[in-house]
Write a protein that binds this ligand. Sequence first.
Ligand code: HEC
Length: 115
Amino acid sequence: MRKVSITILLLTAVMFFQFCSSTKKAATAAPAVVTYEANIKPLIEANCTPCHIAGKGNKKSLDNYSNAKDFADDIIARIHKNPGERGFMPMRNPKLSDSTIAVFAEWKSKGLLEK
Ligand code: HEC
C-alpha cells in the first residue's frame, strides 16, 4: 500500500515536472493548468488515504471536488506545516515534497479549477 502510494506520488511529480519544462520550451509560455481532476484528486488519493477517503476513513472526505474546494485553504495551510506541529497533514506520515505542496498552491492560485 505504502509502496503504491510512493509510486503514484513519484509518477505525479515526474509528470508535473515534465509538464512544466515542456511549457517553458513552448514559444507561447502558457501557464501550467492545475485542476482537481487531473492533479489534486490523485494526490489526495495517494497521500490522504485512508483517513479522508469516503467510505474508508472517518474524517472529512476530500475525494470529491466540492469538499476539496471548500477545504482548500485548510488543506494548503496544513500541508505547509511540519510534522509535530498542531494540525500537520498528512497525519502520521512524512511531510509532502515541496513539488507536491507547490501543486496544491498552484491549484489555488489559478482559482481551484475542477477540470
Ligand atoms: C492517518 C490519518 C490521516 C491522514 C493520512 C491525513 N489526515 Fe487529515 N485529518 C486526520 C484527522 C484525525 C483530522 C482531525 C484532527 C485535526 O483537525 O487535526 C484531520 C483533519 C484534517 C482537515 C480538517 C478537516 C477535517 O477533516 O477535520 C484537513 C483539511 C485535513 N485533515 C487534510 C488532510 C490532507 C490534505 C491530507 C493528505 C495530504 C491528510 N489530511 C491526511 C487524519 C488524517
